[in-house]
Design a protein around this ligand. Structure first.
Ligand code: C2E
Ligand code: MG
Ligand code: MG
Length: 548
C-alpha cells in the first residue's frame, strides 16, 4: 500500500472518530488530520501545514515529542502521553496522546483526548483542598506545604500565629453569622496588611497563621506591628460596631526546624502575648521556650508518677539551739524518679500544686513519714508541710486523725506547717480549718515567714503555735544595715507575740552564734543536718543522700 492510499484511508477513518487524530511523518510533518483536530486547535487545513512542530508544541514538551517521533518503532499502540499544543488564540491545550507506528507506511498515527478540562478540575480540587472555604485563605494543608517549601529554600522564614480574643463571646453574643463576618474581615485586613507573597492561613476556628518567606526580608517588629494593628478597628455589621482584639506570637524559624515545632513555638509566643496585657505581639525567645518545654515534660512526668509510690519523705531535724538536740523532724517530699533520680521538693511541689496533684503526693509523703516516725525518739515531733489545697479539703482532718491513730502517734506530736498563701487563699475557711485541727491537738506552724507578703496581721491574729522565719531573712541580714535591722525586728516581734520561733537556713557557725545572741530557741538548717531518708539515723547518713 502506497502513501496516498494510506492517507485516503486515514481520512475516511479519522472523520468517523470523535477525537482529534493526526498522521505524521517521522520528522513531524503532518500528512493527515481530521476535523476534531482542527477544532481542538482552532485552525484550518492551511495552518496545519504551515505551522512547524516547534510552533505547535509547548517548549517544555519538545523533548517528549522528539522521543515519540524518533523512538516509535513498534506497530503497537503506545501512550498515553500528556502534551500541550498551542491553540490558535495562543493558549495551551493539554491533551493526552496515544500513538502507534503504521509499519506499512512508516507514518505515525496519533489520537488525542483533550484533557484541559480534566486538568482544570483537578487543579481546582487541589486548590480547594488547600483553601479555607470561609475566608479564601490557605488552610492547614496549604500552610504546611508553604512552610515545607520555605524550609527547602534553606533560609529562615518568619511565622506568626494569631487568634482573636474572646471569639467565643462574639459568637455567643452576636450569633455565628457575625462570628463568620469577623473572620472574613480579619482575613481581608491581614491580606492588606502583609507584604505580597506572604502565605496567610486560617487553621482553626479563630486561629490564623502567617508565613512570610525569607525572600521578602521580613522584620519581626514590622510584621508584629502590622498584624496587631488590624485589631484596632471594630468590625462593622450594618449599623453595629463589633469590637475585636487579638494576640500575636512570632518566631523566626530556622529551616532545619520541623514544621510542627515551629508552629508550637509560635503558639507558645502567642500564649505569652495573651497572658501579658502589655504586649500585643511577642517574638519567641528560645530560652523561654526551652523552659516551657522542661516544664511541660515535668508536668507529664508528674501526672504519670501519681499512684506509683515514687513520692516519699526525707526528714530534716529542727533543733534546740542551746544543745543542738533534735526536737522535731520535718518531712520533706522527695520524688524518686526512675530516670532522673531523687528530686527535691523545690523542683516539683509548685507544679504539683498548680496541677492539683498535691493532695495525692502530700498523702503519700505524710504516710511514709508517719509510718517511720513511730521509731523516732520519744518526744521528737513530726512536722509536715500542707499546701493551701490540702488545708481546704474537708477530708484532711479525718485522714490525719486516722493515720496518727493507726501508727500510734499523739496528735500533739504533729506540727502542721502552712504558708501565708494558705491564709491568703481564703481567710475565713483557713481560720476554721486551722482551729478545728488545733482542737484535735495538732500544732500549727506558719512556714517561710518573711518570704511572701509577711503580713504582721496574720502573726497577730491567727491561731498559730509556731512561726518559722524564712531563711532569706537570716541570710539577708548582712546585706545592708536596714536588712540587719529587719532581721532583728522580725525575731523580736515573733518572740514578743509569744509564738515558738524556728529560724530556717542555719548554714554556718556565725548564723548559729547570731541566733544564740538573740536568744532564739529553735533552728533548722544544714549546720544541724541536711534532709535525709526516713529511718536513717543522723550519724550513719550516707553523705551523697544527705545533699537532698
Ligand atoms: P520548707 O518547708 O521551707 O522546707 C525547707 C526547704 O529548705 C527544704 O527544701 C530544705 O531542703 C531546704 N533547706 C533546709 N535547710 C537549708 C539550709 O540550711 N540552706 C538552704 N539553702 N536550704 C535549706 P525542699 O525540700 O526542696 O522543700 C522546698 C519546699 O517545698 C518546702 O519548704 C515546703 O514548702 C515544700 N514542701 C516540701 N515537702 C512538701 C510536702 O510534702 N507537701 C507540701 N505541700 N509541700 C512540701
Ligand atoms: Mg516547711
Ligand atoms: Mg520553710
Amino acid at each position: 500500500m502506497d502513501q496516498p492510499h494510506a492517507r485516503t484511508d486515514f481520512h475516511v477513518l479519522a472523520e468517523m472518530i470523535p477525537a482529534p487524530a493526526l498522521m505524521l511523518r517521522p520528522d513531524g510533518t503532518p500528512v493527515g488530520w481530521n476535523r476534531s483536530y482542527l477544532e481542538m486547535l482552532g485552525i484550518d487545513d492551511r495552518l496545519v501545514v504551515e505551522r512547524t512542530i516547534d510552533e505547535t508544541m509547548h517548549p517544555d514538551d519538545m523533548d517528549a515529542t522528539a522521543l515519540i517521533l524518533s523512538e516509535t518503532t513498534l506497530d503497537i499502540p503506545l501512550g498515553p502521553t500528556d502534551l500541550r499544543v498551542m491553540h490558535h488564540d495562543g493558549s495551551w491545550v493539554r491533551a493526552s496522546w496515544m500513538h502507534r507506528l503504521d509499519s506499512a507506511t512508516g507514518l505515525l498515527l496519533v489520537v488525542a483526548m483533550d484533557v484541559t478540562a480534566r486538568h482544570e478540575l483537578s487543579r481546582q480540587l487541589m486548590v480547594e483542598a488547600r483553601t479555607d472555604a470561609l475566608t479564601g485563605l490557605a488552610n492547614r494543608t496549604g500552610l504546611v506545604e508553604a512552610i515545607e517549601a520555605a524550609r527547602e529554600n534553606g533560609s529562615p522564614y518568619l511565622l506568626a500565629s494569631l487568634d482573636l480574643d474572646r471569639f467565643k463571646r462574639i459568637n455567643d453574643t452576636w450569633g455565628h453569622h457575625v462570628g463568620d463576618l469577623v473572620l472574613i474581615v480579619v482575613a481581608k485586613r491581614l491580606k492588606r496588611a502583609l507584604p505580597l507573597g506572604s502565605v496567610i492561613a486560617r487553621i482553626g476556628g479563630d486561629e490564623f497563621v502567617v508565613m512570610v518567606p525569607h525572600l521578602l526580608d521580613p522584620d519581626p517588629t514590622d510584621i508584629g506591628q502590622r498584624i496587631s494593628k488590624i485589631f484596632a478597628q471594630p468590625v462593622a455589621d450594618g449599623g453595629r460596631q463589633i469590637p475585636i482584639g487579638g494576640s500575636v506570637g512570632l518566631v523566626v524559624a530556622p529551616p532545619e526546624m520541623h514544621t510542627e515545632d515551629v508552629l508550637r513555638r509560635a503558639d507558645f509566643s502567642l500564649y505569652e502575648s495573651k497572658t501579658d496585657a502589655t504586649r500585643s505581639w511577642v517574638l519567641a525567645d528560645s530560652d523561654a521556650f526551652q523552659r516551657q518545654q522542661v516544664q511541660l515534660e515535668l508536668e507529664d512526668d508528674l501526672r504519670a508518677a501519681i499512684g506509683t509510690g515514687q513520692f516519699r519523705s526525707h526528714v530534716q531535724p529542727i533543733v534546740r539551739i542551746s544543745d543542738r538536740s533534735t526536737v522535731a523532724l520535718e518531712a520533706l517530699a522527695r520524688w524518686y524518679h526512675p530516670v532522673h533520680g531523687v528530686r527535691a521538693a523545690g523542683a516539683f511541689i509548685e507544679s504539683a500544686e498548680n496541677l492539683g496533684l498535691i493532695t495525692e503526693i502530700g498523702r503519700d509523703v505524710r504516710e511514709h513519714a508517719i509510718m517511720y516516725h513511730q521509731n523516732a525518739d520519744a518526744g521528737v515531733a513530726l512536722s509536715i508541710n500542707l499546701s493551701a489545697l490540702e488545708v481546704a479539703q474537708e477530708t484532711l482532718i479525718d485522714e490525719l486523725v486516722a493515720t496518727t491513730e493507726v501508727f500510734g502517734i499523739e496528735n500533739e506530736q504533729m506540727i502542721l506547717e502552712i504558708t501565708e498563701s494558705t491564709l491568703v487563699a481564703n481567710l475565713t475557711a483557713a481560720r476554721n480549718s486551722l482551729e478545728k485541727l488545733q482542737a484535735c491537738g495538732f500544732r500549727i506552724s506558719l512556714d517561710d515567714f518573711g518570704a511572701g507578703y509577711s503580713s504582721l496581721q496574720y502573726l497577730a491574729t491567727f491561731p498559730l503555735d509556731q512561726v518559722k522565719l524564712d531563711r532569706s531573712i537570716l541570710a539577708g541580714r548582712t546585706s545592708s544595715k536596714a536588712a540587719g535591722l529587719l532581721t532583728e525586728a522580725a525575731i523580736d516581734f515573733i518572740q514578743q507575740l509569744g509564738h515558738e520561733l524556728v529560724v530556717e537556713g542555719v548554714e554556718t557557725e556565725e548564723d548559729h552564734e547570731y541566733l544564740v545572741e538573740r536568744g532564739v530557741e529553735y533552728a533548722q538548717g544544714w549546720l544541724y543536718g541536711r534532709p535525709r531518708p526516713v529511718g536513717v539515723p543522723m550519724s550513719t547518713t550516707n553523705p551523697t543522700l544527705q545533699r537532698n
